[in-house]
Design a protein around this ligand. Structure first.
Ligand SMILES: CC(C)(COP(=O)(O)OP(=O)(O)OC[C@H]1O[C@@H](n2cnc3c(N)ncnc32)[C@H](O)[C@@H]1OP(=O)(O)O)[C@@H](O)C(=O)NCCC(=O)NCCS
Length: 191
């Protein structure tokens, strides 16, 4: 039996994936707004992704969790931290990532979850480095990284090795980084 951790924030519950999440997840994965900076995905590929993310949480206790917004909707997307794909030039390590259905954008949900996850990763899991990356002009995603206080790693833009040449616009990525050493609590000691 798996131990599946849930993380709560003031407005959200990050939880293990449920069968009922598959339909809204597949719907968001074919929404043009959501997929603008992502590779196209069929409903079957969306289900397979949900299964892989759930299996990762089962195995490690943490990963890309399904997000519930109590009183708003039982499933609004995913947010989490997980091991980097080994093909990435800065692997091994851990990334923070997110995807919400468009109707839930603009509420600060991802920033709220991301703050808690950086704290969880650095303080509870003892991770020194947490990375985030996005297609270079995915401004909404890089805005979240900046709001979380993550640093843009200048000179480390990269071509994502898993993006085929048939999608040239989705290849170039920017890389951001959060270091446990420079958390606001550490800075306070110098005030
Ligand atoms: C990237 C993505 C998750 C960002 O979503 P988002 O809603 O913009 O981000 P947040 O949840 O942090 O919300 C921030 C917005 O809420 C507003 N906001 C409202 N209340 C807020 C609060 N309490 N705290 C912070 N921001 C708040 C902010 O002003 C900001 O609004 P703006 O868009 O007008 O600047 C979303 O665009 C998405 O799912 N995109 C498609 C998938 C994708 O590209 N994923 C990333 C791949 S790298």
């Amino acid at each position: 039996m798996s131990l599946s951790l849930e993380i709560e924030t003031p407005r959200l519950v990050l939880r293990q994936w449920l069968a009922a999440d598959r339909k809204p997840f597949a719907a968001m994965n074919t929404d043009a707004g959501v997929t603008r900076y992502l590779l196209p995905m069929s409903a079957a590929q969306s289900d397979a992704l949900a299964d892989r993310l759930a299996a990762g949480i089962d195995e490690y206790g943490w990963g890309f969790w399904a997000v519930e917004a109590p009183g708003v909707a039982p499933f609004i997307g995913f947010v989490g931290i997980k091991a980097l794909a080994p093909t990435l030039p800065f692997a091994p390590g851990v990334e923070i990532g997110w995807r919400l259905a468009t109707r839930y954008w603009g509420n600060g949900y991802v920033t709220e979850a991301g703050k808690r996850l950086l704290q969880y990763g650095h303080d509870d899991l003892g991770l020194r480095d947490i990375y985030a990356f996005a297609v270079h002009d995915n401004i909404r995603s890089t805005a979240v990284m900046r709001r979380l206080g993550m640093q843009y790693l200048q000179g480390q833009d990269f071509d994502h090795p898993n993006v085929p040449d048939t999608h040239p616009h989705l290849k170039r990525h920017v890389l951001f980084h959060s270091t446990g050493d420079i958390r606001p609590t550490a800075t306070k000691q110098h005030d």
